[in-house]
Design a protein around this ligand. Structure first.
Ligand code: NDP
Length: 286
């Protein structure tokens, strides 16, 4: 039976820390951090994510600026808005909610966001700095994974860390961050042979695949730490992770639930990144 890694509680702590810093800025009459969130089109899931980001900003005391653009917005129009926000000294973070409509090249859009305002950390400069080990900000989901391990004093150094999934937004940066913390890291993907043998070697298993019940208890070793990044719908339409919770819970030493694990951490780390971007902007000549 595992200890549950309570992402909701840790996220609340991270947000409270940010709130404290914002309150101090307010008390000193200083500028308040500001996050600009762009939504193009009417994808209902994206609209929920954007609403939640606005709610988080309110909770920590940030100024949030929302830009809801019609689905027909051209790439040039979107890029002009990003240029405007890049040049705006009162904006600390810029986030363009993905996916954007098909006629827009998401890579071109993400690359246009100034790296010092890239709170999602999807810009190649942010990825490069992470690779080099000198990041200014860290991608929110893997940063949330590391933070939750830290909060429960789970040591990464020297541990066998297995990351299942190699996306640019979760798997690859999670692997880099575990490596940076001196984990011995293996990255698995759809072409990995004998996956269960690899996952069974993990002291710390991070799953970011996107398939319900993909990791079962017989694929983990006794006492493993299981971090489930997956956000899927099961046959009944209920939100669930990649891991078969009950069988993994029986064998793991620690496990993140879904919901209530990595999801809230991702949201909280976005607030922390916006605060970091604010610090960068306030400390430089403008
Ligand atoms: P992607 O679809 O971009 O990547 C999935 C990865 O899983 C790929 O690298 C793929 O391998 C690998 N994979 C697929 N099938 C297998 C298999 N049979 N065996 C081993 N590996 C496999 O997804 P994301 O990284 O964007 O997201 C992963 C999950 O995390 C999703 O459920 C998503 O909703 C969730 N998520 C949750 C967040 C949160 O805040 N909690 C934030 C972001 C994502 P290959 O590269 O070979 O195709």
């Amino acid at each position: 039976m595992a200890v549950i890694l309570d992402g909701k509680a840790v996220a609340a702590k991270v947000k409270a820390e940010v709130r404290e810093r914002v309150d101090a800025l307010k008390a000193e009459g200083k500028r308040i951090p500001c996050l600009a969130v762009i939504l193009v089109g009417e994808d209902p899931a994206s609209a929920v994510y954007v609403r939640n980001k606005k709610k988080d900003c309110e909770e920590v005391g940030f100024i949030s600026r929302g830009y809801t653009l019609p689905a027909e917005t051209t790439q040039d129009e979107l890029i002009s808005l990003i240029d405007e926000l890049n040049a705006d000294d009162t904006v600390d973070g810029i986030l363009c909610q993905l996916p954007v409509p098909k006629h827009i090249d998401s890579i071109a859009v993400l690359e246009r966001i100034a790296p010092d305002k890239d709170v999602d950390c999807f810009h190649p400069v942010s990825a490069g700095k992470l690779f080099r080990g000198t990041p200014a900000m860290l991608p929110c989901t893997p940063a949330g994974v590391i933070r939750i391990l830290d909060e429960y004093s789970i040591d990464i150094a020297g541990k066998n860390c297995v990351v299942v999934g190699r996306s640019n937004i979760v798997g690859k940066p999670a692997a880099m961050m575990l490596l940076d913390r001196n984990g011995t890291v293996t990255v698995c993907h759809s072409k990995t042979k004998c996956l269960a043998e690899v996952t069974k070697s993990a002291d710390i298993l991070v799953s970011a695949v996107g398939r319900a019940n993909f990791i079962t208890g017989d694929m983990i070793k006794d006492g493993a730490v299981v971090v489930d990044v997956g956000m899927n719908r099961n046959a009944e339409g209920k939100l669930c992770g990649d891991c078969d919770y009950s069988s993994c819970y029986e064998k793991a030493s620690y496990i993140t639930p879904v919901p209530g694990g990595v999801g809230p951490m991702t949201r909280a780390m976005l607030m922390e990144n916006t605060m970091t971007a604010y610090g960068i902007h306030e400390n430089e000549e403008r």
